[in-house]
Design a protein around this ligand. Structure first.
Ligand code: SF4
Ligand code: SF4
Ligand code: FES
Length: 233
């Protein structure tokens, strides 16, 4: 195999400008290979933080696609645009005032636009996490906090579902509210967590926390690498 075949180069377009990059890179690394430096729009590099939303279209195809730059391989003829931020208003709420037993449907009250959902399923098709986004919007419309929270559990807040919704719904903010209500009012309280919070308040771990805070990055890394794992069961 020739060197050229081994390192096949492909063309990508970043904001309209063509670059030659090695095949097999992710969109994120291909952009860096092309000389771009991420200042925003990049976080975990592992598909968990939702910071690297990308919109692209492939040469000769009519379809606009969306994905995460850190999880998607570049393809020849990709026209790319990065979305470091999706402007979507998040409604303010006080957790003490959103008890579902005291409110008809707090999700609908805070996000009335969910009533405009036309069931086009565009949001579900856009989600890089394969979440049934339309289904959690419909569950929210019915006031089913538990289902909306469960369906959206893997949401990484990338915003890709919201950018093409014809009803301008802010899916991920809605879903976050559902999960917070579920955590506060629907799920049973964990006695272990309550004990731990009380112990923290009583200062039981102050000395240990001070010790951690005074350690260098290298010492912390060593401690983390050598930590003991809790047995499952
Ligand atoms: S994209 Fe918007 S209108 Fe379409 S199903 Fe999803 S929430 Fe409903
Ligand atoms: S539900 Fe929306 S914001 Fe959440 S991961 Fe899917 S596309 Fe991203
Ligand atoms: S950088 Fe975090 S999901 Fe891509």
């Amino acid at each position: 195999m020739s060197d050229e075949e081994e390192n096949k180069m492909i063309d990508i377009y970043v904001m309209g400008r063509r670059y030659k990059v090695p095949e097999g890179l992710t969109i994120m690394t291909a952009l860096e290979y092309s000389g771009y430096k991420y200042v925003r729009g990049c976080g975990c590099r592992g598909g968990f933080c939702g910071a690297c939303s990308t919109v692209y279209r492939k040469e000769g195809e009519y379809k606009l696609k969306m994905d995460l730059a850190c999880q998607t391989a570049v393809e020849d003829g990709m026209f790319l645009v990065q979305l470091p931020f999706v402007p979507a208003m998040r409604k303010e709420f006080e957790i003490e005032k959103v008890d579902p037993k005291q409110n008809d449907n707090v999700l609908l009250e805070k996000y009335p636009e969910i009533a405009r959902c036309v069931s086009c399923n565009t949001c579900t098709k856009a989600c890089p996490q394969d979440i049934k986004v339309m289904d959690y919007v419909q569950a929210s419309l019915r006031g089913d906090v538990d289902r909306a929270a469960k369906l959206s559990f893997d949401c990484i807040q990338c915003g890709l579902c919201s950018i093409r919704c014809p009803a301008d719904i802010k899916h991920y903010h809605l879903a976050q509210l559902a999960r917070r209500i579920k955590g506060r009012y629907v799920d049973p309280t964990s006695s272990e967590l309550e004990t731990l919070v009380q112990e923290l308040k009583d200062g039981k771990y102050d000395e240990e926390l001070d010790k951690l805070a005074s350690m260098t990055k290298e010492e912390l890394k060593k401690l983390y690498d050598e930590r003991e794992f809790q047995e499952e069961g």
